[in-house]
Design a protein around this ligand. Structure first.
Ligand code: BV8
Ligand code: ZN
Length: 250
């Protein structure tokens, strides 16, 4: 069932009433930019298994294969543009004194769209980290990148600065998100399948805080039964519809 205008109005009303807004995004908000999601039909995991690539074990076994996968993804993302969903979130951020966008995405598209109050729970694909000295550096595939492995100035091997399965998420990002949620008045979950932990624990935690919750996803997810309002719609359609009703009411 497509989302009705009445549902967009209900969502807009929740956001009008809120003085502070928490937004959590997943790969679905970048889908309309042409960046493949993880678990969708054309998903990244379809052709590769997460276990084969997005883990420390995979990297120590075959760093060149893992770097080839991340460089391939960088190539796709560099050709992509932020879409209407990213832009609507920028407009939404400007409407709230208290606003936090926690993204599970590593594609940098929220920043490219102009979002500023963004926390990256799983890191950023355009940053690398030294396995030896821990230094973090911007890292984008050089067109002529040989298959040699990216190296740090100290000679150490660089790895993608993303959170792999089995790795702890950045505790400062988690703590700042939990602190923000303690006084958030509305929460919007957009474009996530809600299956990756600990991000998947956030909707339930938010619900317990008595915060008004909205989901935007063309498919039902484990979040659907938790939220107050679940819009069965694409982010590139739903977010601009909601934002338009907030900015040009009536
Ligand atoms: C940890 C970075 C412990 C790398 C990523 C068994 C049970 C429960 C948990 C576990 C378990 N076994 C292992 C675990 C833990 C594991 C986990 O949760 N596994 C899951 C898969 C079962 N989690 C971890 O390992 C985490 N770490 O637990 O550490 C620890 C603690 C202390 C000390 C040491 C260790 C780390 C998890 C982070 C993994 N890294 N990414 C990279 O990108 O390469 S996860 C990866 O999935 C991405 O970050 C992605 O963002 C994230 C979540 O996926 P989604 O964003 O939701 O994307 P997905 O494709 O799934 O869904 C897209 C959605 O969009 C769909 O619903 C679709 O319908 C919708 N959509 C499509 N089009 C649109 C749309 N929506 C709107 N508009 C559209 N147009
Ligand atoms: Zn180093």
């Amino acid at each position: 069932m497509d989302t009705t205008s009445e549902q967009y109005e209900r969502a807009a009303e929740v956001l009008r009433q809120a003085l502070s807004l928490f937004v959590m995004t997943g790969a679905g908000v970048s889908a309309e930019s042409g960046v493949p999601t993880f678990r969708g039909a054309d998903g990244l995991w379809r052709n590769y298994s997460a276990a084969d690539l997005a883990t420390p074990e995979a990297f120590s076994k075959d760093p060149a294969l893992v770097w080839a996968w991340y460089h391939w993804r960088q190539g796709i993302i560099l050709k992509a543009q932020p879409n209407a969903a990213h832009r609507a979130l920028v407009a939404l951020e400007a409407r709230f004194e208290r606003f936090l966008l926690l993204t599970q995405n590593v594609d940098n598209l929220h920043f490219r769209a102009g979002s500023r109050r963004v926390l990256e729970l799983h890191g950023n694909i355009f940053r690398a980290r030294c396995c030896r000295c821990g230094r973090k550096v911007p890292h984008t595939i050089e067109e002529d990148a040989a298959r040699s492995l990216p190296e740090c100035a100290c000679g150490g091997l660089l790895r993608p600065d993303v959170v792999w399965f089995g790795e702890a998420i950045p505790s400062d990002v988690w703590q700042e998100s939990v602190d923000f949620l303690k006084e958030a008045q509305a929460a919007l979950f957009c474009g996530t399948s809600g299956v990756v932990w600990p991000a998947a624990a956030i909707p339930g935690f938010v619900r317990e805080q008595g915060i008004k919750t909205i989901e935007i996803n063309p498919e039902p997810t484990p979040i659907t039964s938790i939220v107050d309002l679940s819009l069965r719609a694409k982010a590139g359609k739903a977010l601009p519809e909601i934002v338009r009703r907030i900015i040009e009411p009536g």
